[in-house]
Write a protein that binds this ligand. Structure first.
Ligand code: AHR
Length: 667
């Protein structure tokens, strides 16, 4: 009989069998009496509670969010023509107009009218162009002789075309000055191609120098030049995130100090932002990308602007004087304590850059870049996954210096790469001693770990620093990574974050983005190729929380006990909040078990004559736990909305097996 039941999954069949065999069949657990204690409103849920963590891993920046389509546009990769094919007479020179990006390319006449000189760029996993859209080609260029002009032909090409011509679109530019100048022309391809290349031919005999060869869609987020991919930003904006942490992760630390993320290199004229290596080029040799660099085209100014656009508090993280401690074990690999001043000054200058009046040095630079108003930055992270006294001794002078000048800025310290244990405990006690405002905790853990954290924060000192669950994702079993089961475990875990919103002030899934052809780390929240993108089921879990976060925690009991999601609570994980703006009570329930469960949700504390006016259910579920959203099926697993039939002071519902339900009750 058990076997039959496992095979026959549909609820209707189960109900039929129950009526046949009655109590002998434990198909539904007993009714779970959930009581929302609404009389005493609990802790405030911070506006920052559900946020985003951006790191340039998995080609999230160049080749991803940053809409530039040309790889190695400034010829600064150590192999100067990486990403390019050259033909005819092409030379690389290094005395270009941008001192921090000195290399450029010279195209000269090949010497034979049937031979051509020029270049072909492969883009990031190809150049994805859409028929009917417009693209802006731009280049810095000069001719070598006064009063001469040079001509170049720019083409978007399908190199694999079996048709009459490979060429999708052609335009021309005339270079008419001996001085370096920016030229641009619009390209209007009629056909779509996800793997196009860009070709540049020298036309005529006149030699030309080219630098910073760039191609952007016109239709970027908010139509900005040097802009971001619209579809990807839209996915972020739809989450209404409370906080936006950038630029990483490990890239903040660098493989060595030379390759750490240096925010000052990421601002100002885009042509003069020096290239940096990406540690994700080589960290995993089984996912090796020798062409992975950081152009800094998407830099700190752009991150602040993006945060503002999507309504999130900007949260920059800076290097604390340590390179990655996994990759560097010796003290001499780090900045010595007496040389830390420059790093501390970077932090102070960053706050001035974000918030300072335009009369200040760094505030003026921000204004010149287009944002005279302050970005109103309130948080700063110092150090990523650092540990030991190497970290705390460096963090201490940062804190002192920042507090002296900017006492209102909230400082975020870290608890290292582990989610618990000796180092973790040491760092927490140090963070308390140093008086940071929040501590960044990271959890890349298994399904069972995610279910075991129901009481994680019970023992935390409510008078100490608050928690930023800054990176987490369920790394589940099996061959797939972004399956529904992982998302369901994250949803269960997040009930615990929400119940503890008095101490957990921020949380963000990680990593955020991955290119389907260029990933190093998975699972990830949003996947994309050059044309399309989709949110995983983890994305929809985040969205359900972020859009229904409420304003205050409410106490929730089940069958008389506080809900903590322990095993005795029938595989149910839950939290309840009040939204004072909408006058709703929101109960989130995750059913990890494989049986449908009856829930009787009662609101205790409503006035005698008050009654619920209505309700809605947002339900995320699928019958197949290892199912994933994909580029082909982006909306396979998305929340479904329905009306709830409410009673006067509660609701009786059945939550399906393996499901995440958000019950929104209108008071
Ligand atoms: O998110 C990927 C990496 O995980 C981050 O760079 C780092 O902080 C963590 O180890």
């Amino acid at each position: 009989m058990r076997l039959i039941l496992i095979i026959m999954k549909k609820t209707t069949v189960l109900i039929f069998l129950i009526s046949l065999f009655g109590f002998a069949m434990p198909l539904f657990a007993q009714t779970n009496e959930m009581i929302v204690h609404a009389k005493n409103i609990g802790a405030v849920i911070q506006p920052t509670m559900y946020g985003l963590f951006f790191e340039d891993v998995n080609f999230a920046a160049d080749g991803g969010l940053y809409a530039e389509m040309i790889k190695n546009r400034s010829f600064e990769y150590p192999q100067h023509l990486q990403g390019w094919k050259s033909f005819g007479k092409v030379n690389i020179l290094d005395d270009g107009p941008f001192d921090k990006n000195p290399y450029y390319v010279r195209l000269s006449d090949s010497g034979h009218e049937h031979k051509h000189s020029g270049l072909e760029n492969e883009g990031f996993f190809g150049i994805g162009i859409k028929g009917g859209e417009t693209y802006r080609f731009s280049v810095w260029a000069r001719v070598l002789e006064k009063s001469k002009v040079a001509k170049i032909r720019i083409e978007l090409v399908n190199p694999k075309s079996m048709e009459e011509t490979q060429v999708i679109e052609t335009q021309h530019l005339t270079i008419d000055s001996e001085e370096w100048k920016k030229y641009q022309v619009l390209l209007n391809p009629k056909k779509t191609n996800s793997k196009a290349v860009l070709r540049i031919f020298l036309e005529g005999k006149q030699t030309v120098d080219l630098e910073h060869i760039s191609l952007f869609p016109i239709d970027t987020w908010k139509g900005r030049e040097n802009g971001l991919r619209k579809d990807l930003v839209q996915l972020l904006a739809d989450l209404k995130p409370g906080v936006f942490r950038f630029p990483g992760g490990c890239i903040v630390e660098g493989t060595d100090l030379k390759t750490r993320y240096n925010w000052k290199n990421s601002i100002g004229l885009v042509e003069n932002r020096p290239l940096n290596e990406s540690r994700w080029q080589y960290t995993f040799t089984h996912r090796f990308f020798p062409d992975y660099y950081q152009s800094y085209g998407l830099g700190f100014y752009d991150f602040f602007l993006l945060s503002e656009d999507i309504g999130a508090e900007p949260l920059p993280v800076l290097n604390c004087g340590l390179s990655c401690q996994f990759q560097n074990k010796k003290e001499q690999d780090y900045v010595s304590l007496d040389s830390l001043d420059a790093y501390i000054q970077d932090a102070l200058d960053l706050i001035e850059f974000a918030n300072g009046p335009i009369t200040t040095k760094w505030g003026k630079i921000r204004a010149e870049m287009g944002h005279p108003e302050s970005f109103n930055m309130k948080f700063i992270g110092i150090g990523n996954e650092q540990w030991g006294s190497a970290y705390t001794t460096r963090l201490e002078p940062f804190i002192k210096a920042i507090r002296d000048v900017y006492p209102d800025i909230k400082i975020i310290g870290g608890s290292g790469p582990n989610s618990e244990g000796e180092q973790f405990n040491y760092l927490w006690s140090e963070m308390k001693r140093l008086g940071v405002d929040l501590v960044d905790e990271h959890f890349y853990r298994s399904e069972s770990w995610f279910l075991s954290q129901g009481t994680r924060y019970d023992s935390y000192d409510r008078k100490g620093p608050k928690v930023f669950a800054g990176e987490y994702a369920c790394h589940g079993k099996g061959k797939k990574w972004n399956h529904f089961n992982a998302a369901l475990h994250e949803a269960a875990f997040m009930t615990m974050l929400e119940r503890n919103a008095d101490i957990v002030h921020m949380a963000s899934y990680a990593p955020l983005f991955a290119h389907v052809e260029g990933w190093q780390w998975r699972p990830d929240m949003i996947w994309f190729d050059n044309m399309n993108s989709f949110g995983t089921s983890s994305y929809y879990v985040q969205k359900l929380y972020a859009l229904n976060k409420g304003t205050h925690v409410l106490k929730l009991t089940m069958n008389g006990d506080l809900v903590t999601g322990t095993k005795e609570q029938n595989g149910l994980f839950a939290s309840a909040v009040f939204d004072e703006n909408k006058n709703t009570i929101i109960v989130k329930v995750v059913n990890i078990s494989s049986i449908p469960q009856l829930l009787s949700i009662k609101i205790e504390g409503m006035k005698k004559n008050d009654m619920l006016k209505g309700g809605r259910l947002l339900l995320l579920k699928t019958d197949d736990l290892i199912k994933e959203n994909s580029l082909e099926n982006p909306f396979e697993i998305v929340p479904e909305e329905s009306e709830l039939k409410v009673e006067r002071k509660g609701v009786n519902v059945t939550i399906p097996p393996h499901a995440f339900a958000v019950y929104i009750l209108q008071k």
